[in-house]
Design a protein around this ligand. Structure first.
Ligand SMILES: C[S@@+](CC[C@H](N)C(=O)[O-])C[C@H]1O[C@@H](n2cnc3c(N)ncnc32)[C@H](O)[C@@H]1O
Length: 369
């Protein structure tokens, strides 16, 4: 693990991407629970919180979390939801800066504490604080950030404990290229058993995705958790976020956050599948399909061969494939326009509200020629 002091230099572009995803997800997550009449208290844990700001005063994860809570203070006061946040940082000097930055933010924005926000600061090793924190995480809807420097805390001891909880969404950060370089070394294998030969079957740029695929295999068969990757390339190194959640609403919101970050592939801060090249006709192979075109094609075929019969089937397929509802709606509308299918409503109703919340299920009927 690198011991570099984040506060002593500016965040790089890849770090900003990570922080934007962290923040945009909090922006979606907080109001979901604040506005739910059945939830009385929620928790946010930022276990590797850093110092609060970088050298240029750009906000790190803790300040971004506070900012997103601030944006919801009216709703929080109205609904009476108790918001609890725990910021943890191991290094004493960084911890001092963290506490100072957050306290300053709270004093500049007194409406946060007026709305009942409770912030807990901890200066502990994650390995020590986790067994205590997990008891809270098991009890309350929780958003958990694990912005570690390396990959150590992805081991089963923590990862599978989080999987056992019911209403936790987590965002892990890991240095995936460490695996590529050192994955076979004993210290790595003791921590996290990854089949490196398998992981290296795909090109280096896919290392984060390959690790995620192996993590999926480690989840119990009965798991309700889904995992999604977002690869972040910084110069020659590959890092990434692993998002995990058990509820389709959470998955939907994460995928919207990720596609907002990159509207070509929704899974990386660069053109991971060379989709840009696929826009042109290849002289020898014809037109190659981009990620969105591939998905549209698979959805179309599944509707035509009746594997997908309803808007619910289409919505489930869309999330499973790591896409957003609008990609599916566009294709289904196109199929209707082409006279291939018909359905009773004006729109295809492929979204969370219609399918899961309102349970409005419609069938897509194949038109006979
Ligand atoms: C990638 S940085 C986190 C950056 C932070 N999220 C931000 O936005 O600025 C990882 C942080 O974890 C801290 N850290 C390293 N090992 C730790 C441990 N075992 N427990 C808790 N914190 C640790 C480091 O000092 C560092 O500040």
């Amino acid at each position: 693990m690198s011991g570099k002091d984040l506060h002593s230099k500016p965040f790089d572009e890849g770090t900003i991407t990570k922080l934007e995803i962290f923040e945009n997800y909090a922006k979606e997550w907080i109001p979901t629970f604040v506005m739910s009449n059945s939830v009385k208290a929620i928790w946010i844990f930022d276990f590797f919180a850093g110092t609060g700001y970088d050298l240029n005063g750009v906000a790190g994860s803790p300040i971004r979390i506070l900012q997103q809570i601030k944006n919801q203070t009216d709703n929080i006061s109205k609904q009476g939801t108790k918001i609890n946040v725990c910021f943890n940082e191991f290094e004493k000097e960084k911890y001092n800066l963290l506490e100072e930055s957050c306290k300053q933010f709270l004093s500049d924005n007194p409406e946060l504490e007026r709305a009942g926000l409770k912030v807990y600061y901890r200066n502990a090793d994650f390995a020590e604080i986790f067994p205590k924190a997990i008891k809270i995480i098991q009890k309350y809807p929780s958003l958990v950030y694990l912005d570690q420097n390396g990959m150590k805390f992805l081991s089963d001891k923590y990862f599978l404990e989080l999987e056992k909880t019911k209403t936790t969404d987590f965002l892990y950060f890991l240095s995936s290229s460490y695996f590529w370089r050192f994955g076979n070394e004993k210290v790595f294998q003791n921590n996290l058993n990854i089949d490196m030969d398998k992981a290296k079957r795909n090109p280096y740029k896919y290392i984060h995705k390959s690790i995620l695929e192996q993590l999926r295999d480690r989840l119990p068969k009965s798991t309700k958790y889904s995992l999604y990757p977002f690869t972040i390339k910084k110069e020659t190194n590959v890092y990434g976020i692993i998002f995990g959640a058990s509820h389709p609403r959470a998955v939907d919101k994460f995928l919207k956050t990720a596609w907002k970050e990159n509207n070509f592939n929704g899974e990386a801060n660069f053109d991971i599948d060379d989709d840009m090249d696929k826009k042109q006709l290849d002289l020898f192979e014809g037109k190659k399909l981009t990620k969105i075109e591939n998905f549209s094609c698979a959805l179309r075929n599944s509707i035509l061969n009746r594997t997908i019969k309803t808007n619910k089937d289409a919505y489930t397929f869309t999330l499973e494939q790591g896409h957003i509802d609008v990609h599916a709606s566009d294709e289904v509308k196109k199929m209707k326009k082409e006279g291939l299918i018909s359905y009773s409503e004006r729109t295809p109703l492929i979204n969370y509200d219609q399918v899961i919340k309102k349970k409005r299920i419609i069938e897509y009927k194949i038109n006979q020629p």
